[in-house]
Every structure is written in structure tokens, then in C-alpha cells.
Design a protein around this ligand. Structure first.
Ligand code: S3P
Length: 165
């Protein structure tokens, strides 16, 4: 059932898996962060710095609503589940998968990343606390959960396709 929303924490591999699924299933993929950047003509980090997080969250929610009739995959920003309206929308529109991944693995992947404003200058404890505060939202919103901690990109795509077919 489409659209298929891919949700999860920063660095969980949502964009990579979205692209792989798009290739495997021959359907288009759209990314909410990318759509916000296109609409605003700015990078996410610039939007956060110049206009603040609440402004970004408003734009992110608007973009999410605009994906309702897309026959494809929608990869989302890690904070999309913070607003109840977004969680309700994802639950009632198409299908959704939570890419669950252990925080240690996520930290390995995004350790040197400077493009994520909510990650830059944060300690491991702070990122872990953010992850834990969001976990129940991801788990309760998605139709199904795939633990990707020990899965390759191909294996993750295979598992998702099995679940949606
Ligand atoms: C955010 C995650 C980012 C991006 C923004 C905020 C978050 O997307 O939307 O930096 O609040 O977790 P990714 O999950 O693709 O990194």
C-alpha cells in the first residue's frame, strides 16, 4: 500500500533504504528534508540557524501532508513524529516502516556529520536521551518495524518488500 513512509532516527539509513527500495520496486522516492530544502531554497542547517526549529517543523508538516497521493516511497526527517498530527497522518495514510537501529551503530555512522543541527555539538548522552524520548513515537506510529542494526542495505530492502507484498 502506497505511499510507504520510512521513519526512524537520524542515521538509521532511511534515505539509503528509500533509494534501494525505489530501485528494487521501480517506484519513485521522495525525501521530506529534500522537499523542504527545495521549497525554501536553503539547506536544513541554514533553515534551523536562520528561522529556528519551530519554523522548520511547520514546513516539514506542510510537506508531509502534500505527499498523501504520491504512489511511491517517502523518506522522512527523524523528527517528523514529534507532532501528533504527523503521527496520525502517517498512521492513516498508506503504509509505514520504522527502521530501528541501535544507538551505538547510529553514532558510528553520523559521528562526523555536520549537516544535522540536532546532532552537532551534542554528547553521546544527549543524543541517546533524544533517541530514547522518540523511540515510542516511532514504534507506535509505524505499521511495522525492521531492526536494521545487523542488516545490510540489500537485506533491509528484502525484508521490507516481504512485509509490504
Ligand atoms: C532531524 C532529522 C533530520 C532533519 C533535521 C531534524 C531530527 O533528518 O529533518 O535535521 O529532528 O531528527 P534525518 O533523520 O534524515 O537526518
Amino acid at each position: 500500500m502506497l505511499p510507504l513512509y520510512i521513519i526512524g532516527f537520524m542515521g538509521a539509513g532511511k534515505t539509503t533504504i528509500g533509494q534501494k527500495l525505489s530501485q528494487d520496486l521501480h517506484i519513485p522516492v521522495f525525501d521530506t528534508d529534500h522537499l523542504v530544502e527545495q521549497a525554501e531554497g536553503k539547506k536544513i542547517s541554514q533553515i534551523f540557524a536562520e528561522k529556528g526549529e519551530p519554523y522548520f517543523r511547520d514546513k516539514e508538516s506542510e510537506i508531509l501532508l502534500s505527499t498523501k497521493n504520491i504512489n511511491g516511497i517517502i523518506t522522512t526527517g527523524g523528527g517528523i513524529i514529534l507532532r501528533k498530527e504527523n503521527r496520525d497522518f502517517i498512521q492513516t495514510t498508506g503504509s509505514s516502516v520504522f527502521l530501528k537501529c541501535r544507538i551505538e551503530k547510529i553514532m558510528e555512522r553520523i559521528e562526523y556529520d555536520t549537516s544535522r543541527p540536532l546532532f552537532v555539538n551534542k554528547t553521546l548522552d544527549e543524543v541517546q536521551a533524544l533517541y530514547e524520548s522518540r523511540l515510542c513515537f516511532y514504534e507506535n506510529t509505524a505499521k511495522f518495524i525492521i531492526d536494521t542494526t545487523h542488516l545490510s542495505i540489500d537485506e533491509t530492502s528484502y525484508e521490507i518488500i516481504k512485509r509490504i507484498k
